[in-house]
Design a protein. Structure first.
Length: 76
């Protein structure tokens, strides 16, 4: 089993997803759930293609974190 970070972004009309550790592997969907499902399938197909082409599966290196950044509100 492989595990890759997937970034999901809301666009003007739909959602897009990509994995920083799998360049070129992308998906779209009308909802976050749909784009996640589509991305899961895209990653599976991407990895199967890499295996068929005898390419090494990349080791995931990307991390994601949310950071709290306190800022004084000058209007308060």
């Amino acid at each position: 089993m492989y595990r890759f970070l997937v970034i999901i972004e809301k666009g003007n009309e739909n959602y897009g997803a990509y994995s920083p550790d799998l360049p070129g592997c992308v998906a779209v969907g009308d909802t976050p759930e749909e784009v996640e499902k589509n991305m899961h399938e895209a990653i599976k197909l991407h990895l199967q293609g890499m295996i068929e082409d005898n390419e090494p599966i990349p080791t995931p290196h990307t991390l994601a974190r949310y950071l709290d950044v306190p800022i004084s509100d000058p209007a308060a």
